[in-house]
Design a protein around this ligand. Structure first.
Ligand code: SF4
Length: 213
């Protein structure tokens, strides 16, 4: 009955919620739960143990860690459209972030520059971090660019596409900090000086002149 349904849930989020739970759990599936249930209880229903992170609300949602397990699934706390993706502690969360960004690069319609170009640049920066050649300046740029894309994109896709970056920078900052390379004499470690000189010499035809060709 409507009265029974309204009696379910929390004070500000009445009723029940359908959750699609996938990823590293024994019993993935769609669950109907009362609003206000904790994330920990939901994960127990799905048989998830050794949880390293949960992506709440799909790729454009937020990635939360163990410290969020006692938060409540409801509009006034941990809101979600219904998707929960579970990642065990053995997962490389930056690989997940990279996959989400690649999804947004592929899905961007290209109409506005912040989303079309910004997501591509975010992807390149995360790849740089994963390769171990990003500097602290790259992390600052990653954070600033994510906010710019969120604030200036035209529609919801671009306004939410940086969320995997924003939430992992906030909740899993050690993942980024642990892979930062130190600049060498002020130079970016990813800059290959020998390759750059060889390329410019080839463009200028210097190598050929020196060989008398
Ligand atoms: S934000 Fe929306 S309109 Fe702009 S490029 Fe992305 S998908 Fe297209």
């Amino acid at each position: 009955s409507p009265a029974w349904f309204a009696a379910q849930g929390s004070t500000q989020s009445a009723g029940t919620k359908l959750l699609s739970i996938s990823g590293d759990c024994k019993r993935p599936g769609v669950y109907e739960v009362p609003f206000g249930i904790s994330l920990r209880e939901v994960l127990a229903l799905a048989g998830a143990s050794d949880v390293g992170a949960v992506q709440v609300g799909g790729p454009s949602g937020a990635m939360v860690g163990e410290d969020a397990l006692d938060r409540k699934i409801c509009f006034d706390d941990l809101a979600t459209g219904g998707s929960l993706m579970v990642f065990s502690k053995s997962r490389d969360l930056l690989e997940v972030v990279e996959a989400f960004l690649q999804f947004f690069v592929d899905e961007s319609c290209g109409y506005c520059t912040p989303c079309r170009v910004g997501n591509q640049l975010l992807l390149q920066l995360v790849q740089k971090v994963r390769a171990g050649v990003a500097t602290a300046a790259d992390l600052e740029q990653l954070s600033d660019l994510a906010e710019t894309v969120k604030m200036t994109s035209r529609c919801g896709l671009g306004q939410t596409s940086p969320n995997p970056v924003v939430s992992t920078l906030a909740n899993f900052h050690e993942l980024y900090a642990g892979r930062i390379a130190n600049a060498i004499n002020g130079r970016e470690p990813s800059f290959d000086l020998a390759a750059a000189i060889a390329e410019s010499a080839a463009l200028a035809g210097r190598g050929e002149q020196e060989r008398g060709e």
